[in-house]
Ligand binder design. Sequence first.
Ligand SMILES: [Fe+2]
Length: 211
Amino acid sequence: MEPKFIKQHHPELFSWKELEYLINIRPLMTQKRSHILFEEETYFKWRSTGWQKDKNCYPPTLIRKLIEENICYFTDMSRCTEKINSFAKNLEDEYEHQTDAHIYMCRNIELEHPFGAHFDTSHNVIVQCEGTTNFKVWNEVDPKSNYTKMTPEELPGEPVLDVEMEPGDAIWIPMYYPHLATSRTKRLSVSFAINKNPLKEGFEDRAWVKI
Ligand SMILES: [Fe+2]
């Protein structure tokens, strides 16, 4: 994969309205799938009713507060809509590796991105869905270099990409390429993470059930 940026690659991939539908399905909002980026370790307690099969799902009143105040992302979302499932399938066909979709959102733009400039150990294709985010991408670094978050000044040279992502725009970030996302407005994006390891378990079942 090479770093690249395409404007208006997928204008209708996902929206706040579609996210609203998903986060109201309480059984989907498991603690394993919902990642809330707190500055310090935070614990919550809530009551569950007898009908709930999985007690470790965030209650809607709490998740509404958490998403307004924190940066959050939801993993294991590659089948959450037909469009996202088919985008993931296209990437799996092209790169021949398993692909997940992570839904990222930031509704509090005062927050500094907790990851800072960092690199990932998977290729990522990110589609901006709502709002504006500045993305900077630097050239590949040695994977053994400092893995913790870096400031842009610590990175070698100028970014190879420095783009304002608007809804529909997409960016390709290869593994080991440091990148920094800065939300300009409230934003929603879907990040497709392409596993670097060869397939062991096979691909996700991408059949879409139609009634
Ligand atoms: Fe990343």
